[in-house]
Ligand binder design. Structure first.
Ligand SMILES: [Cu+2]
Length: 325
C-alpha cells in the first residue's frame, strides 16, 4: 500500500538539489532548536521545581547573555537570507539562451506550444539537459504553474504580461504538473504532466507529431493578413515603428520612460496599444483584443522576435529603425 509513498517528490531539475539542501537545513535547524528548548524545559522543571527548603532568587539581567542570544540568531538568519537569495536569483534569472515554450492557462487546462509550433494540452514534452524557458499567460483567472519534481512554481496572470520561469530537466521520466492557485470549481482537475525525454527521443517524438505551423512563418502571414504591415514597414510612411532589430532591446516610450521590448511588450502593444506608446508615434493603432487568439499572439511575437537580428529591411525608408524623430 505504501510502495508509491515517497516523502519527497523526485528531484529532476538542476535547481532541485539546491532547494532541497536549503529545506533540509531549515528542518535540521528548527529540529535542533525544538529539541534544545524542550529538553531545557523538562530539565528546568525538574531541577528548579518548588521545594520547601529553597527560596527563589531574583536575577536582574545579563548583558553577555543578551548579546549572545541576539547575535547568534542574527548571524543565522543573515546566513539563511544570503543562501535563499542566491537560490532565488538562480531560479528567477532566466538564461539568455534556451527553448522558449508558450504556456497558456485556462479554466481548467494547460495549453502548450513548442518552439517549433507543435501544440499539446496538459502534457508537455521536453528534452533532458536543455534549458526550457516558459512564457506563461492566462486566458481567464490567475493560475499557477507548479512542477514539484523541478521545484519550480510560477503564477500565471491574465492580461498583457507574460510571467517567465525556466528549468533544465536532469532525469528522463514523467512528472506531475499542477495548478497551485485556486482557480474555480475544477481547480483540482487542472493537472497535467511534463514528459522528459532523451534529446533524440524528443526529436523523434516531435517528428511524429502533426507538423506544427512554424510560428515565425505563421506570424509573418498574420502580420500581413491583419494589415500590421501597412503601418509597421519601414517604407510605409512610418505611422508605426518599424519592428526590425527591436526585440530584446530597450525602447523609448512617448512618456519618456524606457522599457524592454520583450514578449510582454509585444503582447501588450497588440492588446492595449495605447498603454505604452512608442516614442515619436501617435496613438493610432486600434486594439486587437478579440481579433487574435493567444496562439496567434504567440505567433506574432515569434515573428517580431525573428526580426531582432535582421537589419532594418528598408523599402526606401529610413534605416535607423524608424524611431520617428
Ligand atoms: Cu488553475
Amino acid at each position: 500500500m505504501f510502495e508509491d509513498f515517497t516523502l519527497f517528490p523526485e528531484a529532476a531539475s538542476t535547481v532541485a538539489g539546491g532547494i532541497d539542501r536549503l529545506y533540509f537545513f531549515l528542518i535540521g535547524m528548527t529540529t535542533f532548536a525544538v529539541a534544545g528548548i524542550l529538553s531545557a524545559l523538562i530539565l528546568f522543571s525538574i531541577r528548579y521545581r518548588r521545594r520547601p527548603d529553597r527560596a527563589a532568587q531574583q536575577i536582574d539581567g545579563s548583558v553577555p547573555l543578551e548579546i549572545i542570544w541576539s547575535a547568534i540568531p542574527l548571524a543565522l538568519w543573515v546566513f539563511i537570507f544570503g543562501w535563499s537569495a542566491k537560490l532565488y536569483l538562480e531560479i528567477h534569472t532566466t538564461p539568455s539562451e534556451g527553448m522558449t515554450y508558450f504556456v497558456t492557462g485556462k479554466q481548467w487546462m494547460w495549453k502548450i506550444q513548442h518552439p517549433t509550433g507543435q501544440r499539446e494540452i496538459n502534457t508537455m514534452h521536453v528534452p533532458r539537459g536543455e534549458v526550457v524557458i516558459l512564457k506563461l499567460v492566462s486566458e481567464d483567472v490567475i493560475h499557477d504553474f507548479f512542477v514539484p519534481a523541478f521545484r519550480i512554481k510560477q503564477d500565471v496572470l491574465p492580461g498583457t504580461q507574460y510571467t517567465t520561469i525556466w528549468f533544465e530537466a536532469t532525469k528522463v521520466g514523467t512528472y506531475d504538473l499542477f495548478c497551485a492557485e485556486y482557480c474555480g470549481t475544477k481547480h483540482s482537475e487542472m493537472i497535467g504532466s511534463v514528459v522528459v525525454m532523451d534529446p533524440a527521443d524528443y526529436q523523434a517524438w516531435l517528428d511524429g507529431q502533426p507538423a506544427g505551423q512554424d510560428p515565425v512563418d505563421a506570424g509573418r502571414v498574420l502580420f500581413e493578413n491583419l494589415r500590421c504591415v501597412t503601418c509597421h514597414d519601414a517604407g510605409s510612411g512610418q505611422r508605426g515603428p518599424d519592428l526590425s532589430g527591436r526585440f530584446g532591446r530597450p525602447t523609448s516610450l512617448s512618456d519618456g520612460r524606457t522599457v524592454l521590448f520583450d514578449e510582454s511588450y509585444v503582447r501588450e502593444s497588440i492588446l492595449e496599444p495605447k498603454r505604452r506608446l512608442s516614442a515619436g508615434y501617435q496613438p493610432l493603432m486600434p486594439t486587437y483584443t478579440g481579433q487574435v487568439t493567444d496562439t496567434q499572439i504567440n505567433q506574432l511575437i515569434a515573428y517580431v522576435k525573428s526580426l531582432a537580428n535582421s537589419d532594418v529591411a528598408p523599402k526606401g525608408g529610413d534605416a535607423d529603425g524608424g524611431n520617428g524623430q
